[in-house]
Design a protein. Structure first.
Length: 100
């Protein structure tokens, strides 16, 4: 993530993985674009991908080494992949909160 941020490679509206930014703004922007397309009788499409679970069972270091050996990734690609695979955390919240 540090590499993507420092080299300004993230799209302007990519807010779901940036610190201190909400996905709500992105969702509202997408909804606005779709509604605009409908009003203009234009065709619009939305494809959503969540690849985070794809790497849950893969050892990141082994994957990076295999990619380097098999594909000969450049330093830039290696840094990008390493940034995506390292420092990721997950948590689960359990319990109900009563609203009184």
């Amino acid at each position: 993530m540090n590499y993507l941020t420092s080299t300004d490679l993230l799209p302007t509206l990519q807010s779901d993985i940036r610190a201190s930014q909400s996905t709500e703004t992105t969702v509202l922007h997408i909804l606005s674009d779709i509604l605009h397309a409908v009003n203009c009788e234009d065709v619009d499409a939305l494809v959503l991908l969540n690849l985070s679970a794809a790497f849950d069972t893969v050892d990141g270091d082994i994957l990076l080494q295999c990619l380097q050996v098999i594909f000969g990734n450049s330093d830039i690609v290696h840094c990008w992949m390493q940034s995506c695979l390292s420092g990721q955390t997950q948590h689960v919240c359990c319990g109900l909160t009563s609203h009184s």
